[in-house]
Design a protein around this ligand. Structure first.
Ligand SMILES: NC(=O)c1ccc[n+]([C@@H]2O[C@H](COP(=O)([O-])OP(=O)(O)OC[C@H]3O[C@@H](n4cnc5c(N)ncnc54)[C@H](OP(=O)(O)O)[C@@H]3O)[C@@H](O)[C@H]2O)c1
Length: 288
């Protein structure tokens, strides 16, 4: 029995030519399709949660990854993990920066260019929520914080990175949320900020398309990360997550791997004719 590590179309051709049963053809749709060797991938908020998973997945596929977060210890520990995972001993850059501080964003892009000379993929992942109500005394602060953390920093980082992405015909993947499309009374400032980043992605996709730069975004449902704790809704959200597990059509909440697979696809040449797109990763949550 012959097992060929080949793509879907190649498999179909082989079946047609040789009458080999499809059950005997081994598909190879994993790492050879997503080879990022030599690519420079900057991922914000990649010292923990979803961003850390993304950093590891790109490293495993040969990329030089820029790891970012606010805490030196977690950024450094992620750097070591990524170095261990890299099959080609690719160099990584650990960059401690608060993305809500504009000067630090520009400095992060400059440091990336100084070390690697280019940026191929920008993943705008850093973000966070806040639990609250329209009656909150500190609503003004919350609105500003949500817009700074989920929108303004990604806009400005993209602004600084865009000339470098243009040189390399790179691409941008932004992590939004289904709450950018689905109103939620407990997360209004976050919903508003994510809805705004969605529109930002679609708008710049039009401007950057002719320059060869694709721009896409992903809208996950709830995943168990530090997000819930950081949003100040730890205990309340525990009940919400259990409820979601019982009601989402696919009967579970999201996993970082669900989003990781989509980000790899959007960052790769496999999606070379896709721009301005939103991929909803929610097990059908937004249908109900
Ligand atoms: N988890 C969910 O349920 C969910 C659902 C839909 C969408 N999302 C989106 O997914 C993305 C990732 O969230 P997550 O769930 O992975 O959150 P998380 O577990 O809280 O991780 C956030 C990461 O970003 C870093 N970070 C936070 N604030 C930062 C800042 N100002 N500057 C630089 N780094 C910062 C954190 O490290 P430090 O704290 O050490 O800086 C950490 O590495 C966000 O855009 C979020 O809105 C999450």
């Amino acid at each position: 029995m012959v097992l060929w590590p080949i793509s879907l179309f190649e498999a179909a051709r082989k079946v047609q030519q040789s009458n080999t049963p499809i059950s005997q053809i081994r598909m190879n749709t994993t790492d050879s399709d997503y080879d990022f060797t030599g690519k420079v991938v900057l991922i914000t908020g990649s010292s923990g949660g979803l961003g850390a998973h993304l950093a590891q997945e790109f490293c495993k596929r040969g990329a030089n990854v820029v790891i970012n977060g606010r805490r030196q210890s977690s950024v450094q520990s992620m750097l070591q993990q990524c170095q261990m995972l890299s099959p080609n001993q690719a160099e990584m850059l650990a960059y401690v920066a608060d993305v809500t501080v504009k000067q630090q964003l520009k400095a992060m892009v400059d440091a990336t260019i100084e070390k690697f000379g280019k940026i191929d993929v920008l993943v705008n992942n850093a973000g966070g929520g806040t639990f609250g109500s329209i009656f909150d005394e500190d609503l003004d602060d919350k609105m500003h914080r949500m817009m700074d953390l989920n929108l303004h920093q990604a806009v400005m980082l993209t602004h600084y990175a865009a000339p470098h992405l243009e040189k390399n015909k790179g691409n941008i993947v932004t992590i939004s949320s289904i709450l950018g499309q689905q109103p939620n009374q407990y997360f209004m400032p976050y919903c508003v900020a994510k809805a705004a980043i969605d529109m930002f992605c679609k708008s710049i996709a039009i401007e950057l398309g002719p320059k060869g730069v694709r721009v896409n975004y992903v809208s996950p449902t709830a995943m168990r990360t530090n997000f819930q704790q950081a949003s100040g809704a730890g205990e309340t959200l525990k009940g919400v997550l259990s409820h979601l597990e019982e009601t989402i059509p696919l009967r579970r909440i999201g996993r970082i791997e669900d989003v990781g697979n989509v980000v790899l696809f959007l960052a790769s040449d496999k999606s070379s004719f896709i721009t301005g797109a939103n991929i909803v990763v929610d097990g059908g949550n937004s249908l109900i």
